[in-house]
Design a protein around this ligand. Structure first.
Ligand SMILES: Cc1cc2nc3c(=O)[nH]c(=O)nc-3n(C[C@H](O)[C@H](O)[C@H](O)COP(=O)(O)OP(=O)(O)OC[C@H]3O[C@@H](n4cnc5c(N)ncnc54)[C@H](O)[C@@H]3O)c2cc1C
Length: 391
């Protein structure tokens, strides 16, 4: 099959890339290894830097119809049960950044992107196609899938996530780095939620080597919960085993917290866990006619809820670069020149926030004292993150 641009991976980043490139007049094929274009059943926070990009992609209106608008982001001490600080997400916040902070079901975001892609004649979507080999010469990239189908394309974007196969053709930095933390997450019908849940805010409970996130999505019908903790059973080299970060460790890690958190964690699904990984920033994402995007390029810890937001920024930036440069490589180099410093800072900030959230002892006491002095309408620290717009 001939394709001018092939996007490998049909997640949030890959579909946004297809939209951005097609809106700039490029013909795009997207291949996704799963039988359907789909997302896991959990929530997603989208800060104003992401809603700004969804607006650029022309899908914000549809997204907002499915979104929930939390009044505040509240940080609580998971041990004492006392409030630490609050970030108001109301009118002043939205006016300051020009776009809202929303939360939604991941599936709702992907479905909106998918609908927009299906309406775009320049985009062709292929599910059930896993890219197995990616080879390039001066003129063409040749991609072969698991079922023997192949694509000859002018250029490739690897949007194939944390365990990216495309990344191996661009950079050799081994496997992602395991943080020794795991997350258990999922949604439950609001009618089954713990009665003490704060419904109008997004709540983050922080404690020693753990945190716990709760917010309502899907038209107020579902409660999303994410329980994160450090596993004491982790051993180097056992990243891909499932004998660490187990449900019994989750219960033990939450056993000495305040009653509200101890109770709420029983409502978190135990059937799947997500070990936390990131990578260190690298100096180039591009090799010839191939570049990387989203988690394939800059996987980060989810502690500031920015992975998908950054993938959306990448997609719009790449679309802009493709609009300015006919030559693929020139566009890819312009794109990475803008995006690598930005995402490197966000990757490092995510690590820092993990340390801050998971403090114990004196560090925890100092953190709490400082946070309690902050004003809920002090947005200064967040400007670099949420105020970003493309040049
Ligand atoms: C617990 C948790 C909570 C999070 N919360 C937030 C949040 O609130 N806000 C936020 O912004 N981010 C959040 N993130 C991060 C966010 O989920 C990711 O950064 C984001 O999904 C990355 O999107 P992506 O499209 O780059 O990669 P992915 O979503 O991983 O998509 C990659 C796609 O490529 C496909 N694929 C892989 N290999 C191949 C192949 N060889 N051939 C074809 N297809 C392939 C996969 O099936 C997949 O569909 C969270 C992450 C975790 C773990």
């Amino acid at each position: 099959m001939d394709a001018s641009l092939l996007v490998i991976g049909g997640g949030i980043g890959g579909l946004a890339t297809a939209l951005a490139a097609a809106r700039g007049g490029r013909r795009v094929h997207v291949i996704e290894k799963s039988p359907e274009f789909t997302e896991i059943g959990a929530g997603l926070q989208l800060a104003p830097n992401a809603t700004r990009m969804l607006d650029r992609l022309g899908v914000l209106e549809d997204v907002l119809e499915l979104a929930t608008f939390p009044k505040s982001l509240v940080m609580m001490d998971a041990v004492t049960g006392l409030p630490l600080t609050r970030l108001d997400l109301g009118d002043a916040f939205t006016a300051h950044y020009g776009f809202p902070y929303i939360v939604m079901h991941r599936g709702d975001l992907l479905a909106t992107e998918l609908k927009a892609c299906r309406c775009e004649p320049l985009i062709t979507l292929h599910s059930d196609r896993e890219a197995m080999s990616i080879e390039q010469d001066a003129d063409v990239v040749h991609v072969t899938c698991h079922d023997g189908t192949s694509f000859d394309c002018q250029a490739v974007v690897g949007a194939d996530g944390l365990w990216s196969r495309v990344r191996k053709t661009v950079h050799d930095d081994g496997d992602p780095i395991c943080a020794q933390y795991v997350a258990y997450r999922g949604t439950l019908p609001l009618r089954d939620a713990p009665p003490e849940t704060n419904l109008e805010n997004m709540t983050i409970w922080v404690g020693p080597e753990m945190h716990f996130v709760q917010y309502v999505i899907h038209g107020g019908t579902l409660l999303n919960q994410v329980a994160v903790f450090r596993s004491r059973r982790y051993r180097p080299g056992c990243d891909d085993r499932d004998d660490w970060g187990t449900p019994d460790e989750l219960d033990a890690a939450f056993a000495s917290l305040c009653p509200t958190v101890r109770h709420a964690v029983h409502f978190v699904r135990r059937d799947r866990r997500w070990p936390m990984f990131d990578r260190l920033p690298i100096s180039s994402w591009t090799s010839g006619r191939i570049t990387l995007l989203g988690d394939a390029a800059h996987p980060m810890l989810q502690y500031i809820a920015q992975g998908a937001c950054q993938a959306l920024e990448d997609a719009v930036c790449l679309g802009d670069a493709l609009g300015r440069h006919c030559d693929w490589r020139a566009a890819f180099l312009a794109y990475e020149a803008e995006r690598i410093p930005r995402t490197a800072r966000v990757q490092q900030t995510a690590r820092f926030f993990g340390e801050l959230k998971h403090l114990d002892g004196v560090g925890r006491a100092v953190r709490n004292a400082l946070l309690q002095k902050r004003s809920p309408d002090d947005f200064d620290y967040f400007d670099f993150l949420y105020g970003y717009s493309l040049p």
